[in-house]
Design a protein around this ligand. Structure first.
Ligand SMILES: Cc1cc2nc3c(=O)[nH]c(=O)nc-3n(C[C@H](O)[C@H](O)[C@H](O)COP(=O)(O)OP(=O)(O)OC[C@H]3O[C@@H](n4cnc5c(N)ncnc54)[C@H](O)[C@@H]3O)c2cc1C
Length: 289
């Protein structure tokens, strides 16, 4: 194929993708793709759109369209993995089954209450993430079992989530520490439910009961947010290694947990906090770093 033909085909494809994206958002949301999204499109709406379009959207694109508003914490984590090249080929299943205590999708998935389906020739079973990860690089999956689904329940109204990681550089980085939060607010704006999970401070990603208890049923205040940070630091069991000392990790995971809760609350209130949340909240290496 000649160079000009390739360029022509590429431009046609890019235009198609652009039109598809814009038209999809008009059909599904009644607004432009660049505007803040409303409720997510249903599977049926996407199928109808694909029928109209005459071809199926690529899998990653479909998943993006199905992303529920409350799952923004998962988008925060996914946006941080590796580099664009890593994200293009890596899968969320591989990230989860890697069972790294520093994985970026783990904490958001844990606070969102995700579970996975493991399937083998003998049948399938559903496993909660807290039962899946058994140690660094280890899972409870048996020989011959393949992860075939990650299921994330929709959150109630007035819910939001966020994930923040402490990083020394903007790409190809591993979390020094990280924290995710998912909150649901009541009619008074107080925190009715909250889950907090911590990254890179224990052999696996772990929930923080101390951080959660510090804010559930309480008004959002400086005092309760400080208690979230203290609770997360107390629940952490970090190690010292070449990337950070134990004391530094213990302190900074509290800072991340507090900011994750604050960001999740802001999103639950309908405020727009860009993805990934750590850069939006001033954490992370500066541009060009
Ligand atoms: C350059 C680079 C940068 C990275 N940066 C980050 C980062 O910033 N944050 C982060 O969290 N991760 C990072 N990772 C880790 C990596 O991105 C994730 O683990 C990725 O999502 C792996 O996806 P994969 O599909 O390629 O899985 P693979 O790498 O192919 O597999 C990972 C492990 O999971 C198993 N596995 C994969 N799929 C399944 C399945 N369906 N069922 C059962 N077992 C399965 C494999 O056997 C293997 O043990 C990085 C990796 C690289 C190479």
């Amino acid at each position: 194929m000649k160079k000009n033909d390739i360029r022509q085909r590429l431009e046609t494809l890019i235009a198609k993708v652009h039109d598809a994206r814009e038209e999809f958002y008009q059909v599904a949301y009644g607004q432009s793709a660049d505007q803040v999204l409303g409720p997510p499109a249903s599977e049926q709406q996407i199928q109808e759109f694909e029928r109209k379009l005459g071809y199926s959207l690529p899998p990653s694109y479909r998943h993006l369209l199905l992303l529920h508003d409350g799952w923004t914490g998962l988008a925060d984590g996914s946006a941080l993995v590796g580099s664009p090249a890593t994200r293009n080929v890596g899968t969320i299943g591989g990230n989860v089954m890697n069972s790294s205590p520093a994985m970026d999708t783990g904490a958001p998935l844990l606070v969102l209450g995700a579970e996975v389906e493991l399937r083998s020739q003998g049948g399938s079973r559903t496993v909660a993430l807290s039962d899946l990860w058994t140690g660094p690089g280890k899972t409870s999956a048996q020989d011959g079992e393949l992860l075939v689904q990650v299921r994330v329940p929709a959150l109630p109204a007035r819910s939001g989530s966020a994930y923040l990681r402490l990083e020394y550089r903007r790409a190809m980085e591993i979390a020094v520490v990280g924290a995710a939060a998912a909150v649901t607010l009541n009619g008074d704006g107080d925190v009715e439910a909250c889950r907090v999970a911590l990254t890179a401070v224990a052999p696996t990603i772990v929930r923080s009961p101390g951080a959660e208890a510090a804010i559930v049923g309480k008004p959002v205040s400086e005092e309760t947010l400080a208690a979230v940070a203290a609770g997360a630091s107390a629940d952490a069991a970090p190690i010292s290694d070449v990337r950070a000392g134990e004391a530094y990790r213990r302190h900074t995971v509290g800072v991340m947990a507090r900011r994750a809760v604050e960001t999740a609350i802001a999103r639950a209130r309908g405020e727009h906090v860009p993805v990934p949340a750590n850069r939006a909240s001033g954490v992370g290496a500066p541009l060009g770093g």
